[in-house]
Design a protein around this ligand. Sequence first.
Ligand SMILES: Cc1cc2nc3c(=O)[nH]c(=O)nc-3n(C[C@H](O)[C@H](O)[C@H](O)COP(=O)(O)OP(=O)(O)OC[C@H]3O[C@@H](n4cnc5c(N)ncnc54)[C@H](O)[C@@H]3O)c2cc1C
Length: 242
Amino acid sequence: MGHVFRSDVQELAVQSLRRYLDAEVEPVYNREYRDRFVPKDVLGAIMQRLAGFGLVSGVVADERLGGLGLDWLTAVMLFEEVATTSIDLSVPVAINSFGASLLDKIAPEHLRERYLPGLLRGETFVSIAVSEPGAGSNVMEIRTRARRDGDDYIISGEKTWISNGGYSDFLICTCRTSDEPRGGLTHFLIDRKEHPYEVSEISKVAFNSQSTAQIFLSDVRVPAANILGEGRERFKQHSIVV
Ligand SMILES: Cc1cc2nc3c(=O)[nH]c(=O)nc-3n(C[C@H](O)[C@H](O)[C@H](O)COP(=O)(O)OP(=O)(O)OC[C@H]3O[C@@H](n4cnc5c(N)ncnc54)[C@H](O)[C@@H]3O)c2cc1C
């Protein structure tokens, strides 16, 4: 983004981030773990430092929950620096940022308060689970099923190509709650500890310093209170998710 004029504040933010990336991230991602899976504790320590520079934390405005409320241009400038050092590291940064933005916009307050602070501090990881073996661009083909059972839903299905899957502490998972093509899609927050799901890494020709995974959900019981978004608007929310 060299052609975009940076304000003094933006220049300072970018340069201090660059010094950290050169000194502490470059040796980890481009030497020690070059195209090898970066363990969660190593990535977690980096994400916590990046949060201090406004990565992920910058996309949410609510200071009470740890948001720094950066404008999107500054957030993109910082993101670009991360991607210049390591495209693999840029994936968890991007996915946690999308997840944080989505939680901020459509999650009920009890989920925002519980899940946003850790994500904004770089302590937890989210995955956004939309794609399936038979559903890519056309999300209306999603088959992962969520069946109502009292105050819960029971979820079964398979998701694939899920970035951050191996690192994830929770999923924002798009499921089919009825056969109505558009209105029948619902996003659930699925906490990995409370409602365990199975994760299997996908081996790739590149991009192996980060996690891309298959997720298997087998009768996973999730409270109805973990639904994100409202009614028919949920289909439109895919444009935020993907
Ligand atoms: C590295 C990586 C990370 C990913 N991370 C995630 C993730 O975190 N979460 C997640 O849910 N998914 C993730 N995905 C999956 C990604 O979202 C899908 O690959 C994408 O939606 C496309 O789906 P598909 O691969 O099934 O291709 P398809 O939908 O089958 O498309 C195949 C081709 O047909 C074209 N095409 C499709 N429909 C049309 C149309 N109507 N008109 C014209 N052309 C069309 C497409 O452009 C494409 O070229 C990831 C994929 C990769 C490779």
